[in-house]
Design a binder for this molecule. Structure first.
Ligand code: 5AD
Ligand code: SF4
Length: 447
C-alpha cells in the first residue's frame, strides 16, 4: 500500500509496544507516518479498556472521523487493542465507518484485513489466542535508543476489578532464547535501554520450559541473562505483582549492574478487607515487609505504585488504612485511580458501589498526601550527582529531558542528543521532576 498512517495509542506500555508493531507492519508495506489526521490515508486507534473513560474517548474520537471519512472515502479507519477485543462487533454497529476492528491477538493479519476491506467493506478479526507474538513483527520505534521487549503478555490472575485477563488472555511467556535474540538485535542497532514488558513480569516462565530440560526459566534467570548482553546499559521491567516478588528476583536486581534501581509495585489498596475483595493475595503488612526487604537489598531504589480508590464496599476505615500504608511506604510516585466498574469483571456486580462524590473526596485526600510525600522524596535528591539518559528536547527548546536509573525525570539546561548519557547534579526539585546541571563525569566539576 502507499500513502501515510497515523497511530493514536491509549493506555499502557503493552499498547505502546503493539503500536510500534502496527507502525512497523504499515511501513514494511510501503507506507510512511503522517503529520496530521487530515493528511493520513490510514488512521489506527490502539485502544485501552481499563477504565470507563477510555470507552467514551474512543467513541468521541470515532465521531470526529465520520465527516472526514465522508469527505475522503479512501481513508481507512482501524480500531485495535483492548477495546477492540472487548467490544468486537459493537464497534462497527456504533460506528459503521470503521473499516477494520482487530483484536489483541490478531495483529499479524492487519495488512491483509486492510487490503480486503477495500473490496469487501468493514471487517473484524478478534481471536481468543495469540499464535504469533507481536514481537515477531517489524517495528517502527518511537526512539532509536530504547525499546520495549514483550516477555509475557496476558495475565493468569483474576483481580476482581481488572478487565486485562479478559482482553489479553492467559499469560504466554516467550522462550528465553527469543527474548535474548531480540535484545541482542536491538543493541546491535544502537539501543541502550530495554524495558521488559508483561502484565505480571515476575511470573515469567511458568508456562514454558528451558530447551532440553523440564526446568522452567524464572524471571530472575531472565534478568541475569539480559543483564549479560554486551553493549546494553539499562534494563527495566514492568509490571511485577507484589505477590511474586520473590527473594531471587530481589537478589537479581541487587546483583545485576544494568538492571535499574526502580520498581513499580502496585499496592491497589492498603485495607486487608479490600485486598481480599479485590482477590489480591497479599495483605498490608506483607506488602510493607516486602518493600522493606527490597529497600534493604537496593537502598537507592525508586518505588512507584498504583492505587484504586472507591472499590465496592470500601469504607472510610478501609480508606484510612490505605492512607496509612501510603504514609508508611513513602512511594516516590503513585498512579491513583478512581474505581471504574468494568462489565464482565467480578467487582462490577458487587453490592455497595461507592458514590461518585465519596470517591472524589477520598481521591483528593489521597492525592494531597502522595503529593506531599513525592515532594519530600524528591527533595532528598537535592545536591546528588546522578547518571541520566537523555530522552529528548524539552518544550522550552534549549534544555533537555533526561531520566535517572531510579526513573526520575531530570531537566538539564543544556541541549544534548537523545540516547546520550550524562552526569547531572541536582539543583532543584519538584514532586514530579528534578532540575540539574551537567557535570563533567571525570573531573566532577560543573560544565
Ligand atoms: N478501575 C480503576 N482502576 C483500575 N485499574 C485496573 N482496573 C481498574 C478499574 N476497573 C488500575 C490498577 C492497575 C492499573 C494499570 O489500572 O491500579 O494496576
Ligand atoms: Fe489486572 Fe491483576 Fe492481572 Fe494486573 S495482575 S493485569 S491488575 S488481573
Amino acid at each position: 500500500m502507499t500513502g501515510t498512517y497515523l497511530i493514536r495509542t491509549f493506555g499502557c506500555q503493552m499498547n505502546e509496544h503493539d503500536s510500534e508493531r502496527i507502525g512497523g507492519l504499515l511501513r514494511s508495506d510501503g507506507m510512511s507516518p503522517a503529520d496530521d489526521l487530515e493528511g493520513a490515508s490510514v488512521v489506527v486507534f490502539n485502544t485501552c479498556a481499563i477504565r470507563e473513560n477510555a470507552d467514551n474517548r474512543l467513541y468521541g474520537n470515532l465521531g470526529h472521523l465520520k465527516p472526514l471519512k465522508a469527505r475522503n472515502p479512501g481513508l481507512r479507519i482501524v480500531v485495535a487493542g483492548c477495546l477492540a477485543q472487548k467490544d468486537r462487533g459493537s464497534i462497527q454497529e456504533r460506528a459503521p465507518w470503521v473499516d477494520v476492528v482487530i483484536g489483541t491477538h490478531a495483529l499479524p493479519s492487519l495488512l491483509d484485513l486492510l487490503r480486503r476491506s477495500e473490496r469487501e467493506g468493514p471487517l473484524m478479526d478478534v481471536r481468543e489466542h495469540t499464535e504469533t507474538f507481536p514481537s515477531a513483527l517489524p517495528a517502527a520505534r518511537h526512539d532509536a535508543f530504547r525499546a520495549w521487549v514483550s516477555i509475557a503478555p496476558g495475565c493468569d490472575n483474576a483481580c476482581t476489578f481488572c478487565i486485562v485477563p479478559l482482553v489479553r488472555g492467559p499469560q504466554r511467556s516467550r522462550p528465553i532464547g527469543d527474548i535474548l535474540a531480540e535484545v541482542q538485535g536491538l543493541v546491535a542497532r544502537g539501543v541502550v535501554e530495554v524495558t521488559l514488558l508483561g502484565q505480571n513480569v515476575n511470573t515469567y516462565g511458568r508456562d514454558v520450559t528451558v530447551p532440553g530440560s523440564s526446568r522452567r526459566p524464572l524471571f530472575a534467570d531472565l534478568l541475569r541473562e539480559v543483564d549479560g548482553v554486551k553493549g546494553l546499559r539499562r534494563v527495566r521491567f514492568t509490571s511485577p505483582h507484589p505477590h511474586d516478588f520473590t527473594e531471587d528476583v530481589i537478589a537479581a536486581i541487587a546483583g545485576c549492574e544494568r538492571v535499574c534501581e526502580h520498581i513499580h509495585f502496585p499496592l491497589q489498596s492498603g485495607s486487608d478487607r479490600v485486598l481480599r475483595a479485590m482477590r489480591r493475595s497479599y495483605r498490608r503488612e506483607r506488602y510493607l515487609g516486602w518493600l522493606d526487604q527490597i529497600r534493604r537489598a537496593v537502598p537507592a531504589i525508586g518505588v512507584s505504585t498504583d492505587i484504586i480508590v472507591g472499590f465496592p464496599g470500601e469504607t472510610e476505615r478501609d480508606f484510612q488504612d490505605t492512607l496509612e500504608v501510603v504514609e508508611r511506604a513513602r512511594f516516590d510516585s503513585a498512579y491513583t485511580f478512581q474505581y471504574s466498574p468494568r462489565p464482565g469483571t467480578a467487582a462490577a456486580t458487587m453490592d455497595e458501589q461507592i458514590s461518585k462524590e465519596v470517591v472524589q473526596e477520598r481521591f483528593d485526600r489521597l492525592v494531597t498526601l502522595q503529593e506531599r510525600i513525592s515532594t519530600e522524596r524528591a527533595a532528598e535528591q537535592l545536591g546528588r550527582t546522578l547518571e541520566v539518559l537523555v530522552e529528548g528536547g524539552d518544550r522550552r527548546g534549549d534544555s533537555t529531558r533526561s531520566r535517572t536509573r531510579t526513573n526520575r525525570i531530570v531537566h538539564l539546561s543544556a541541549p544534548l542528543e537523545p540516547g546520550a548519557f550524562a552526569q547531572a547534579r541536582i539543583t532543584a526539585t519538584a514532586p514530579h521532576h528534578l532540575m540539574g546541571d551537567l557535570v563533567d563525569a571525570r573531573a566532577g566539576a560543573r560544565v
